[in-house]
Design a protein around this ligand. Structure first.
Ligand code: 3PY
Ligand code: MG
Length: 248
Protein backbone atom coordinates (compact mmCIF):
# COMPACT_ATOMS: atom_id res chain seq x y z
CA UNK A 1 0.00 0.00 0.00
CA UNK A 2 1.26 3.48 -0.87
CA UNK A 3 2.42 5.67 2.01
CA UNK A 4 -0.27 8.25 1.26
CA UNK A 5 -2.97 5.62 1.86
CA UNK A 6 -1.25 3.91 4.77
CA UNK A 7 -1.01 7.10 6.82
CA UNK A 8 -4.79 7.54 6.48
CA UNK A 9 -5.27 4.23 8.25
CA UNK A 10 -2.49 3.96 10.80
CA UNK A 11 -0.40 5.96 13.20
CA UNK A 12 3.07 5.80 11.69
CA UNK A 13 6.43 6.34 13.36
CA UNK A 14 9.30 7.83 11.41
CA UNK A 15 12.72 9.25 11.94
CA UNK A 16 14.66 12.10 10.45
CA UNK A 17 17.93 11.12 8.85
CA UNK A 18 20.23 14.09 9.10
CA UNK A 19 23.58 12.49 8.29
CA UNK A 20 24.31 12.37 4.57
CA UNK A 21 24.96 8.69 4.16
CA UNK A 22 22.94 5.93 2.53
CA UNK A 23 24.12 3.51 5.23
CA UNK A 24 22.47 5.62 7.95
CA UNK A 25 19.24 5.80 5.94
CA UNK A 26 19.33 2.02 5.56
CA UNK A 27 20.23 1.54 9.25
CA UNK A 28 17.28 3.74 10.28
CA UNK A 29 14.98 1.77 8.00
CA UNK A 30 16.26 -1.51 9.45
CA UNK A 31 15.56 -0.29 12.99
CA UNK A 32 11.89 -0.70 12.17
CA UNK A 33 10.68 2.83 11.53
CA UNK A 34 7.63 3.10 9.26
CA UNK A 35 9.24 5.85 7.17
CA UNK A 36 12.25 8.12 7.10
CA UNK A 37 12.47 11.84 6.45
CA UNK A 38 15.72 12.86 4.80
CA UNK A 39 16.44 16.35 6.04
CA UNK A 40 17.54 18.70 3.33
CA UNK A 41 16.25 21.78 5.16
CA UNK A 42 19.07 21.83 7.67
CA UNK A 43 21.23 19.02 6.36
CA UNK A 44 24.15 19.63 4.06
CA UNK A 45 23.20 16.85 1.69
CA UNK A 46 23.75 16.96 -2.00
CA UNK A 47 21.27 15.58 -4.50
CA UNK A 48 23.13 12.37 -5.33
CA UNK A 49 23.49 11.58 -1.61
CA UNK A 50 19.75 12.13 -1.15
CA UNK A 51 19.04 9.77 -4.03
CA UNK A 52 21.25 7.07 -2.49
CA UNK A 53 19.46 7.56 0.82
CA UNK A 54 16.01 7.29 -0.79
CA UNK A 55 17.07 4.11 -2.57
CA UNK A 56 18.63 2.62 0.56
CA UNK A 57 15.46 3.06 2.62
CA UNK A 58 13.22 1.80 -0.17
CA UNK A 59 15.43 -1.29 -0.61
CA UNK A 60 14.44 -2.15 2.96
CA UNK A 61 10.77 -1.55 2.14
CA UNK A 62 10.64 1.74 4.02
CA UNK A 63 9.22 4.87 2.35
CA UNK A 64 11.44 7.95 2.10
CA UNK A 65 10.18 11.50 2.32
CA UNK A 66 12.51 14.40 1.60
CA UNK A 67 12.28 17.62 3.58
CA UNK A 68 13.19 20.39 1.14
CA UNK A 69 13.37 24.11 1.77
CA UNK A 70 10.17 26.07 1.14
CA UNK A 71 11.64 28.46 -1.38
CA UNK A 72 13.33 26.01 -3.70
CA UNK A 73 11.00 24.45 -6.22
CA UNK A 74 13.90 22.70 -7.93
CA UNK A 75 14.55 20.58 -4.85
CA UNK A 76 10.90 19.49 -4.78
CA UNK A 77 11.09 18.43 -8.42
CA UNK A 78 14.31 16.53 -7.83
CA UNK A 79 13.02 14.72 -4.73
CA UNK A 80 9.95 13.49 -6.60
CA UNK A 81 11.93 12.64 -9.75
CA UNK A 82 14.21 10.52 -7.56
CA UNK A 83 11.21 8.46 -6.60
CA UNK A 84 10.82 9.63 -3.01
CA UNK A 85 7.35 8.84 -1.67
CA UNK A 86 6.80 12.47 -0.83
CA UNK A 87 8.04 15.81 0.34
CA UNK A 88 7.81 17.76 3.58
CA UNK A 89 8.11 21.52 3.23
CA UNK A 90 8.85 23.72 6.25
CA UNK A 91 7.77 27.25 7.17
CA UNK A 92 4.52 27.52 5.26
CA UNK A 93 2.85 30.70 6.45
CA UNK A 94 -0.04 31.30 4.09
CA UNK A 95 -2.48 29.43 1.86
CA UNK A 96 -0.62 30.90 -1.10
CA UNK A 97 2.63 29.34 0.15
CA UNK A 98 0.81 26.01 0.38
CA UNK A 99 -0.67 26.36 -3.11
CA UNK A 100 2.80 27.04 -4.51
CA UNK A 101 4.03 23.77 -3.03
CA UNK A 102 1.11 21.89 -4.57
CA UNK A 103 1.81 23.53 -7.93
CA UNK A 104 5.45 22.46 -7.83
CA UNK A 105 4.62 18.92 -6.73
CA UNK A 106 1.92 17.97 -9.21
CA UNK A 107 1.85 17.59 -12.96
CA UNK A 108 -0.70 19.56 -14.99
CA UNK A 109 -3.57 20.24 -14.75
CA UNK A 110 -3.28 20.52 -10.95
CA UNK A 111 0.29 21.84 -11.04
CA UNK A 112 3.20 22.69 -13.24
CA UNK A 113 5.80 20.10 -12.28
CA UNK A 114 8.10 19.64 -15.25
CA UNK A 115 7.69 16.35 -17.07
CA UNK A 116 10.58 13.94 -17.59
CA UNK A 117 10.39 10.26 -18.36
CA UNK A 118 14.04 9.27 -17.85
CA UNK A 119 14.00 9.77 -14.10
CA UNK A 120 14.19 7.04 -11.48
CA UNK A 121 10.53 7.75 -10.61
CA UNK A 122 9.64 6.95 -14.23
CA UNK A 123 11.79 3.81 -14.20
CA UNK A 124 14.41 5.52 -16.37
CA UNK A 125 11.99 5.64 -19.27
CA UNK A 126 10.75 2.08 -18.91
CA UNK A 127 7.22 2.92 -17.78
CA UNK A 128 4.79 1.55 -20.27
CA UNK A 129 2.04 4.14 -20.13
CA UNK A 130 3.26 7.72 -19.82
CA UNK A 131 -0.13 9.24 -19.12
CA UNK A 132 -0.79 6.66 -16.44
CA UNK A 133 2.58 7.52 -14.86
CA UNK A 134 1.66 11.22 -14.69
CA UNK A 135 -1.75 10.43 -13.25
CA UNK A 136 -0.41 7.98 -10.68
CA UNK A 137 2.37 10.32 -9.66
CA UNK A 138 -0.18 13.05 -8.94
CA UNK A 139 -2.37 10.60 -7.04
CA UNK A 140 0.37 8.91 -5.03
CA UNK A 141 2.91 11.64 -4.15
CA UNK A 142 2.60 12.53 -0.48
CA UNK A 143 2.62 16.32 -0.16
CA UNK A 144 3.09 17.65 3.32
CA UNK A 145 3.83 21.05 4.79
CA UNK A 146 4.85 22.45 8.14
CA UNK A 147 2.75 24.89 10.10
CA UNK A 148 5.29 26.11 12.58
CA UNK A 149 5.05 29.87 13.00
CA UNK A 150 2.66 32.19 14.80
CA UNK A 151 1.69 33.47 11.34
CA UNK A 152 0.84 29.98 10.07
CA UNK A 153 -1.32 29.37 13.13
CA UNK A 154 -3.11 32.66 12.51
CA UNK A 155 -3.73 31.60 8.88
CA UNK A 156 -4.46 27.98 9.73
CA UNK A 157 -8.05 27.83 8.43
CA UNK A 158 -6.99 29.13 5.03
CA UNK A 159 -3.94 26.89 4.88
CA UNK A 160 -6.06 23.87 5.77
CA UNK A 161 -8.38 24.66 2.88
CA UNK A 162 -5.68 23.73 0.36
CA UNK A 163 -7.17 20.44 -0.78
CA UNK A 164 -4.12 18.68 -2.19
CA UNK A 165 -2.01 18.86 0.98
CA UNK A 166 -1.99 15.41 2.59
CA UNK A 167 -0.46 16.20 5.95
CA UNK A 168 0.04 19.27 8.11
CA UNK A 169 3.08 18.98 10.35
CA UNK A 170 3.85 20.95 13.47
CA UNK A 171 7.47 21.86 14.14
CA UNK A 172 7.46 22.56 17.88
CA UNK A 173 10.90 24.20 17.89
CA UNK A 174 10.10 26.86 15.32
CA UNK A 175 6.58 27.30 16.64
CA UNK A 176 7.75 27.93 20.20
CA UNK A 177 10.49 30.30 19.02
CA UNK A 178 8.12 32.29 16.83
CA UNK A 179 5.59 32.54 19.68
CA UNK A 180 8.37 33.76 21.96
CA UNK A 181 8.12 30.95 24.52
CA UNK A 182 10.00 27.79 25.43
CA UNK A 183 8.83 24.48 23.91
CA UNK A 184 7.28 23.34 27.18
CA UNK A 185 5.34 26.53 27.85
CA UNK A 186 1.63 25.73 28.36
CA UNK A 187 0.71 28.32 25.69
CA UNK A 188 2.79 26.43 23.12
CA UNK A 189 1.38 23.06 24.18
CA UNK A 190 -2.18 24.39 24.03
CA UNK A 191 -1.53 25.82 20.56
CA UNK A 192 -0.17 22.46 19.38
CA UNK A 193 -3.17 20.60 20.79
CA UNK A 194 -5.66 23.01 19.21
CA UNK A 195 -3.80 22.90 15.89
CA UNK A 196 -3.90 19.10 15.78
CA UNK A 197 -7.61 19.18 16.61
CA UNK A 198 -8.30 21.71 13.85
CA UNK A 199 -6.36 19.63 11.33
CA UNK A 200 -8.34 16.53 12.24
CA UNK A 201 -11.62 18.43 12.15
CA UNK A 202 -11.16 19.09 8.43
CA UNK A 203 -10.35 15.42 7.89
CA UNK A 204 -6.62 15.86 7.34
CA UNK A 205 -3.60 14.11 8.82
CA UNK A 206 -1.66 15.88 11.57
CA UNK A 207 2.03 15.27 12.09
CA UNK A 208 4.52 16.42 14.66
CA UNK A 209 8.13 16.17 15.70
CA UNK A 210 8.70 14.50 19.08
CA UNK A 211 11.81 14.14 21.21
CA UNK A 212 10.77 11.04 23.14
CA UNK A 213 8.03 8.47 23.69
CA UNK A 214 6.15 10.63 26.23
CA UNK A 215 5.82 13.43 23.71
CA UNK A 216 4.80 10.89 21.07
CA UNK A 217 2.06 9.44 23.29
CA UNK A 218 0.76 12.89 24.16
CA UNK A 219 0.65 13.90 20.48
CA UNK A 220 -1.18 10.69 19.58
CA UNK A 221 -3.73 11.40 22.32
CA UNK A 222 -4.24 14.82 20.77
CA UNK A 223 -4.82 13.17 17.39
CA UNK A 224 -1.49 13.22 15.55
CA UNK A 225 -0.75 10.29 13.23
CA UNK A 226 2.55 11.11 11.55
CA UNK A 227 4.97 10.89 14.45
CA UNK A 228 8.49 11.96 13.58
CA UNK A 229 11.53 11.72 15.79
CA UNK A 230 15.27 11.66 15.16
CA UNK A 231 17.53 8.74 16.00
CA UNK A 232 20.43 11.02 16.94
CA UNK A 233 19.47 11.79 20.57
CA UNK A 234 18.79 8.10 21.25
CA UNK A 235 22.25 7.20 19.92
CA UNK A 236 23.75 10.01 22.01
CA UNK A 237 21.98 8.91 25.18
CA UNK A 238 22.91 5.25 24.68
CA UNK A 239 26.57 5.99 23.97
CA UNK A 240 26.88 8.47 26.84
CA UNK A 241 25.28 6.02 29.25
CA UNK A 242 27.74 3.34 28.17
CA UNK A 243 30.72 5.66 28.68
CA UNK A 244 29.45 6.72 32.09
CA UNK A 245 28.96 3.10 33.11
CA UNK A 246 32.38 1.88 31.96
CA UNK A 247 34.24 4.86 33.40
CA UNK A 248 32.65 4.81 36.83
C1 3PY B 1 10.68 22.15 14.33
O1 3PY B 1 10.54 21.67 15.45
O2 3PY B 1 10.72 23.37 14.10
C2 3PY B 1 10.81 21.26 13.16
O3 3PY B 1 10.85 21.71 12.05
C3 3PY B 1 10.89 19.80 13.37
O4 3PY B 1 11.77 19.45 14.28
MG1 MG C 1 11.10 23.77 11.97
Amino acid sequence: MKFKEKIKQDILFGSFVTFGLADIAEYTALLGFDFIVIDNEHGILNQSTILDMVRAAQCQGVPAIVRCTHDNVENIHKALDMGAEGILIPVINTAEDARNIVKASLYAPQGDRGIAFFTRAARYGMIEDKNLYLKKSNEESFISIQVETAQSIKNLDEILSVEEIDMFFIGPNDLAASMGYSNSDPKVLETIKETIEKINKVGKIAGIFVNNSEEAKRAIEWGAKFILTSITPYMTRGAKKYLEEVRN
